[in-house]
Design a protein around this ligand. Structure first.
Ligand SMILES: [Zn+2]
Length: 439
């Protein structure tokens, strides 16, 4: 057969990525997350290739087989490089105004989270600044943050509200979140979190604020179809176990999927409540009990761990990820990006999980891709490189996956393909392009 004939028999693809030193597929876990020893399995193809057409992955395999079956309009060489799914960041507080660098200095000098919150700082300070910002401003700030996340390889982000703390302001944040998902190529998953902090005026009547969330917040959010998830900051001095259950039960009744901030700063029984309610995930879990972890494993509640949040709060105790993995809990990793934690980078979450929680790089990569996709109910679409999935692909300028974790404070991303389009190419330019989905 002549070269021309062979070319005619090959299927066309928009983009071919070929000759990857390691292509991490994370395949085979779209139905249920990797647990236990499975977290070490990345489904690596050496000299790997993949074909992309109309925003989807159409084939994954050895370079020899893929190039025999497909001809690409655009061929990207990944020789000497590592190819993997775009990171999924399953816990961020993306939309807010203002910043908290002054508080950071106070924290360095010894101020605690509770002290800052009690003095009207922390979440309450950001809530004030967010209340005063117009929605357009919040969208602009969100776009900038998504650009930064994308530049570090993240292609799907969960975004919680929670810096509004009145129903109208929470809705403003959720509308901005919806707009961000429309405007930016990064997929944004919306989560309502009116129960992020107790507004000052409800300090002595927390149950009344809970009632407001249950009777007004959740119904208005669901009527306007502005969120898929609902989250509560369950912690001593914030929302107690009963209040958390009440909010999450009301959310479930109106078809919002429940999530929880649990056992972050003290052992509080949060993991047990997450299992009892049947949340999709329980997040933080620094002080989760053995019985809580066991109950989470039994009920299939994912653990979303945030080493960067622990780092930024300068806490000594990280979540016991090893115990969770050994107990069969699906572990995911998130940046926890928020107004006090300016760390929009899942590569650093991976490095911190390796250094402080003793995950091996393969486990941490699983936690930041397919398991993170499960934690936001997107595993059918993203989180692995398999035919039929959305073409969200990252090319790292390193020859194998163990550089993730080993390299700290360096952006390893060379190229990002989002929704089947090359949106970032560091070989050619520093800034992301084609951010608008409608272009
Ligand atoms: Zn959070």
């Amino acid at each position: 057969m002549s070269k021309a004939q062979r070319s005619r028999t090959r299927e066309s693809a928009d983009i071919l990525i070929v000759n990857a030193e390691e292509l991490l597929t994370l395949a085979g876990s779209s139905q249920s997350p990797h647990i236990g020893k499975e977290m070490r399995e990345l489904g690596i193809i050496r000299d790997g290739a993949l074909a992309i057409r109309a925003g989807k992955i159409v084939a994954v395999g050895k370079t020899h087989d893929i190039t025999k079956a497909f001809r690409g309009e655009y061929v990207l060489s990944a020789k000497g490089k590592t190819v993997l799914p775009g990171f999924v960041d399953p816990h961020t507080h993306l939309v807010f105004a203002g910043s908290r660098e002054d508080e950071f200095q106070m924290k360095v000098e010894g101020a605690t989270f509770a002290e800052l919150l009690d003095s009207g700082g922390s979440i309450l300070k950001t809530a004030k600044e967010t209340k005063n910002a117009r929605m357009e401003k919040l969208v602009d700030l969100g776009l900038e943050r998504l650009d930064t996340m994308l530049a570090h390889g993240t292609t799907t982000v969960e975004a919680k509200s929670g810096y509004g703390l009145t129903t109208d302001d929470e809705l403003k944040i959720l509308k901005a979140t919806k707009r961000l998902n429309q405007l930016h190529c990064v997929g944004v998953v919306s989560c309502y979190m009116g129960a992020h902090a107790i507004p000052l005026e409800y300090r002595n009547s927390v149950d009344e604020y809970v009632q407001l969330i249950v009777e007004e917040g959740i119904p208005r959010v669901t009527d306007a179809e502005l969120a898929e998830f609902c989250d509560v900051f369950c912690e001593r001095g914030i929302f107690n176990l009963e209040q958390t259950k009440r909010i999450l039960t009301a959310a479930k009744n109106l078809k919002l999927k429940p999530k929880m901030h649990a056992d972050f700063m003290c052992a509080f029984g949060g993991a047990e409540v997450a299992a009892a309610v049947g949340t999709v995930s329980a997040d933080h879990l620094n002080y989760a009990s053995s019985s809580g972890i066991k109950a989470m494993a039994e009920k299939g509640v994912s653990a979303v761990l945030l080493p960067a949040a622990t780092f930024s709060q300068m806490m000594d105790k990280y979540a016991d990820a090893r115990r969770m993995i050994d107990s069969g809990v699906a572990v995911a990793l998130a940046s926890g990006f928020n107004s006090s934690l300016c760390l929009p980078n899942q590569q650093l979450s991976i490095a911190m999980a390796c250094h402080f929680m003793r995950l091996i790089p393969a486990e941490a990569i699983t936690a930041a891709t397919i398991n993170a996709a499960h934690a936001v109910c997107r595993a059918g679409e993203v989180g692995s490189l398999e035919a039929g999935k959305q073409a969200d692909v990252v090319i790292l300028n390193v020859p194998n996956h163990k550089f993730l974790g080993y390299s700290v404070g360096v952006n390893l991303v060379e190229k990002v393909i989002c929704d089947g389009r090359l949106v970032l190419d560091r070989e050619k330019q520093d800034e992301p392009v084609f951010l608008n989905k409608n272009e």
